[in-house]
Design a binder for this molecule. Structure first.
Ligand code: S3P
Length: 430
C-alpha cells in the first residue's frame, strides 16, 4: 500500500479555482450520448477512473467514443446499433456505472456479465435488480443478484410504477433508463427528491420526461438525438476546497464554473447554517443545469443539526462536513444518513475512525455521527480505506494538523479527482 506524507504547513488558502467536471453528469453524458443517434460532443468531461468505466462499457457494446482529456466525442447509431459485448465488463470502483448500466442493459437483448473491484463487489445491487426484474429483465448474480458479479439478459420490458425503498438517484436513474425500453409510461415516486441529472440530461437529448415534484414519468420508445454537453464543475469536488477555505485561518477562495443544481447544494446550506462567510452567484443555465461561482472566507463556525431532506442533497459531502464540524464550536449531529454505510467504504465507520485517529471528538451512530468541536487536530496516520472522498478529507485535514499526516492509499483519489493535489497546491499561499 503506498503512503503520501502530507506536511503540516498551515498556510492560508487563496485565489481562484475551477474544479473538474461533475462525475454524475459525466457518466450520464456517455450513457445518453450512446443511446442517441448521431454525434455528441462533451466538454469538461471528468477524466477520472469511474467515468472511464462508463466509456469502456459502451465501447464494449460497439459505440465509437473518442476521448482526448476532458473532450469526448461519441458517435452512435443509437441502441439498435449496439452489439453484445464479448467479454464480461469490469466496472472498477464505480457504483454509478453499475446501477445505471444495469438499467440500460435491462432493455437490451444481450447477455452481459458485470464485475467490479473489492469495494464495489460488496455494495448492494438488489436495490436496482428488484425493480428491473419486475420489469422483465433476467438477472442472476452472487447471493441471488444482491451483489456483483451479476449476469443480465435484457429485452422488451414492462413499464412499472416504482417507489424506491432507498433515497437514491442511482436507483431512480436505473429504472428511468429501463423505462425507455418499456411498453408504456414508467413512473418513479421518490420520498425525497434526489439529484435530477438524468431527468435534465434526457431533455437535453430531445427526450420527454414529466417531473411533478417527486413523481417522475418517462414515456417508452423515445428517439434521442446527439447533442453538445458542457459539464459543470463538480460541487462534490469543490466541497473539499470550500471546507479548506472555511477552516484554515485567513483564507479566501472563489470557485468558478461550478454546478449549482439545487439537488446538490446541501453543502452550501450547511456552510451558511454554520455561520460561514460565503457568497453564491448563479450565472447561467446549460442543459437544465445551473452554473455559477462560490466565494468563501474563513470565519468562526458553530455546530448544527443535519438531517432529513438535506441529506440526499449532500450525501457525498458528509465526510468533508464531518471534518468541518470538528472546527465548529459545539455539537454537530448528522442523522438519517444510513446510506453512507453502502458507499465506496462504510463512510460512517471510516470517517469516524479516521477523524478519531487525527484527534477529533467524534462518535458513530447507526445513521450518522456526532461531532464535538472545536478541536485542534494532531496529525498522524490517515487511512483512505481505498475511498476517494475519505482520502481527500484527510488531505484537507492535514492543512490544519499540528504534525505531518501519512495518507495511506492516496491513489484512490484518481477515482473522482486526478488533479486534486495540484489544484490544492495552486491555492495554498506560498
Ligand atoms: C450518484 C448518486 C449517489 C451518489 C453517487 C453518484 C449518481 O448515489 O452518492 O456518488 O450519479 O446518481 P446513490 O444513488 O446511491 O445515493
Amino acid at each position: 500500500m503506498t503512503k503520501k506524507t502530507l506536511h503540516a504547513i498551515q498556510s492560508p488558502i487563496e485565489g481562484n479555482l475551477t474544479v473538474p467536471g461533475d462525475k454524475s453528469i459525466s457518466h450520464r453524458s456517455i450513457i445518453f450520448g450512446s443511446l442517441s443517434k448521431g454525434r455528441t460532443v462533451v466538454s469538461n468531461f471528468l477524466d477520472g477512473e469511474d467515468c472511464l468505466r462508463t466509456i469502456d462499457a459502451f465501447r464494449a457494446m460497439g459505440v465509437s467514443i473518442q476521448k482526448n482529456g476532458a473532450h469526448v466525442i461519441i458517435d452512435s447509431k443509437g441502441v439498435n446499433g449496439f452489439v453484445e459485448p464479448k467479454q464480461p465488463i469490469d466496472l472498477g470502483n464505480s457504483g454509478t456505472t453499475a446501477r445505471l448500466l444495469l438499467g440500460v442493459l435491462a432493455g437490451l437483448p444481450f447477455h452481459v456479465t458485470l464485475f467490479g473491484d473489492d469495494s464495489l463487489t460488496n455494495r448492494p445491487m438488489d436495490r436496482v435488480v428488484r425493480p428491473l426484474r419486475q420489469m422483465g429483465a433476467k438477472i442472476d448474480g452472487r447471493e441471488n443478484g444482491k451483489y456483483l458479479p451479476i449476469s443480465i439478459r435484457g429485452g422488451a420490458l414492462e413499464s412499472i410504477s416504482f417507489i424506491p425503498p432507498v433515497k437514491s438517484a442511482q436507483v431512480k436513474s436505473a429504472v428511468l433508463l429501463a423505462g425507455l425500453f418499456g411498453d408504456s409510461n414508467t413512473t418513479v415516486i421518490e420520498s425525497t427528491k434526489t439529484r435530477d441529472h438524468t431527468e435534465n440530461m434526457l431533455q437535453a437529448f430531445g427526450g420527454e420526461i414529466n417531473v411533478d415534484q417527486t413523481t417522475i414519468t418517462i414515456p417508452a420508445n423515445q428517439s434521442l438525438e446527439g447533442t453538445t454537453i458542457d459539464v459543470p464543475g463538480d460541487i462534490s469536488s469543490a466541497a473539499f476546497f470550500l471546507v479548506a477555505a472555511a477552516i484554515v485561518p485567513n483564507s479566501k477562495l472563489t470557485i468558478n464554473d461550478v454546478g449549482l443544481n439545487h439537488t446538490r447544494t446541501g453543502i452550501i446550506d450547511v456552510l451558511k447554517k454554520m455561520g460561514a462567510s460565503i457568497e453564491v452567484k448563479e450565472e447561467r443555465h446549460i442543459g437544465g443545469e445551473i452554473i455559477g461561482s462560490i466565494t468563501i472566507e474563513s470565519s468562526k463556525l458553530n455546530g448544527i443539526e443535519i438531517d432529513g431532506d438535506l441529506i440526499p442533497r449532500m450525501i457525498d459531502e458528509i465526510p468533508i462536513v464531518a471534518l468541518l464540524a470538528t472546527q465548529a464550536n459545539g455539537k454537530t449531529v448528522i442523522r438519517d444518513a444510513e446510506e453512507l454505510r453502502y458507499k465506496e467504504s462504510d463512510r460512517i465507520q471510516s470517517v469516524v475512525d479516521t477523524l478519531q485517529g487525527l484527534g477529533a471528538t467524534i462518535q458513530a451512530t447507526e445513521d450518522g455521527m456526532i461531532i464535538d468541536g472545536d478541536t485542534s487536530l494532531s496529525g498522524g496516520v490517515g487511512n483512505s480505506y481505498g475511498d476517494h472522498r475519505i482520502g481527500m478529507m484527510i488531505a484537507i485535514a492535514s492543512l490544519i494538523t499540528k504534525e505531518d499526516t501519512q495518507l495511506i492509499d492516496p491513489e484512490c483519489i484518481n477515482i473522482s479527482y486526478p488533479s486534486f493535489f495540484s489544484d490544492l497546491a495552486n491555492i495554498q499561499q506560498k
